[in-house]
Design a protein around this ligand. Sequence first.
Ligand code: LHQ
Length: 264
Amino acid sequence: MTYETLLYEQDGIVLRITMNRPDKLNALTDTLLQELNAAFEQADEDKTVRAVVLTGAGRGFCAGADLAEGVAKGIGTGGFSFQEHLTQNYNPLILRIRALQKPIIAAINGAAAGAGMSIAMACDIKIAAESASFLQAFVKIGLIPDSGSTWMLPRLIGMTRALDMMLSGRKVSAQEALNMGLVTQVVPNEQLMDCVNQLAVEYAAAPTQAIAFIKQAVNFAATSTLEEALNKEAELQNKAGKTADNAEGVNAFLQKRPPVFKGE
Ligand code: LHQ
């Protein structure tokens, strides 16, 4: 598969996906959305990929929907079907990222605005460069948060802070994002990719199936009762308990040596 608007680069068992429209801060065109959907599908199916990094080329992470392309397609005329566009392009992407059966780390190198922020928030681990920023920009153009922001943001930072960001559309710095629990870690700009690459190598060496089950259980628990969550944990623990990596983890512990997980 070849891509026009993103880079798909595998180094050993780590895959890096780079949104690659730097002049437009990696704003999402139809092509980029289709390619992101295809790239995540490819990454999910490829058993040799055991950790994924998502980042943006140039000085931005992702500025959300490409508004120039959007206007050319009828945004602002009242005749554009946001419902169809979101349902076909954005929603599957967010669901794919959440359901990806391996860890995904967002390396947030610059502005993450609108749906670009939603994409960053959907990733499991969020490492931001000091110069990164976060904007629920939707309201600035008379739209509502989409691509999962209404679901994700209150869960990550609480309703009060989420509504502050959503209703104002104000720019939140990396440091404020860290204080709010929106990101995992903030690092100096020049250290971002080294830090993320090192983390990705560590996550890629983890018991990949257990990681997939953890994500599945947490996704499920977000909309379930305690009793349902307990049942789901029991079901998935049963599956984890049948993996070779579980046997390896237990044996390594008893033999007082580091485990060697194979993702099996
Ligand atoms: C852009 C964009 C952009 C095109 C920067 N589009 N060119 C879903 C479904 C369907 C449709 C509608 O929406 C959605 C969900 C959404 O995502 S809605 C929200 C869309 N995004 C925004 O409203 C954010 C717009 N961008 C900005 O507010 C600023 O660019 C930020 C704050 C992100 C960065 O500001 P600066 O660092 O000052 O950069 P800049 O504004 O100068 O942008 C650099 C270039 O990128 C510039 O192009 P140019 O050719 O003039 O150098 C911008 O026009 C272009 N660009 N965002 N979303």
